[in-house]
Design a protein. Sequence first.
Length: 293
Amino acid sequence: MTELRRRGTALVTGGAKGIGRAISEQLARAGWDLVLCARDRAALQRAAAEISARHGVQVEQRPLDLSRAGAAAELCGQWQSPAELPLALVCCAADYGELGALDSVDFPAWKRSFDLNFFSVAELLHHYVRQAMLGQATRGGSEPRRRIVVMGGGGLGAAKVDGGVSAYSCAKAALYRLVEVVHAEVNGRGIDINCVLPGLVDTGIVDQALAAGPALGAIYEASLKARSGGGTSPDVAAEVIVRLLDDACSGVSGRLISARWDRAALAEPAALAQDGDLFRLRSIDNDLYGRAK
């Protein structure tokens, strides 16, 4: 049996279920040790045990609700020095939150959707990047390269916009802009950060849409299709993220990457890294519109 090449440690939020679980599995298969963070303690324990046994990597558990105030600081505070900080951060924790037309939602609940889908991720990036930059400052630039992937969604970048998921969709749009801004701030300082769109995957988010019923419209119909096997496999996004975390993709940063449509381009990451316009916000429905027309 070929000895597994050890890559370092990756922190995966929402890593016990759905897309996050698929990502965790493939990262472990590629040789990454893992720190998995999730709200569901039982699912977290099960995922950690199964992944560790299957792939022979170390899997630590962090049962934590990142939407709780101060949770991100608590999570990153467990690493006392930049040298202990995981080399990679993959942010997968999300849900639809408050569904329905904007004029009919419980607006305080609508605002709370941002606690998980935007503010918890922004706070986690704040603490993670701060510790990484401290390492750069104290070790004279000898810190290893770090990589961050933020999971997009909500139809971001697609040609069609559907109603009923405004809290989730707006939070994801804000996250992508945040990825671009953080990229501008850390560019050339040993950190790559990207946003990956997984496509509609049959996960707990589909459960939420189906529970909302036909009144949700197109999202409900798409969720029915995903539930019947017509969605995107979570392994598609997982493959893209494993690729982005590989050394071959060093310098690919600040991009909006569709797991479904853009995988082929990652086969030549050096060319992609040199093209500053490709994979910015644009349509990803079958065609690539990476440059302004």
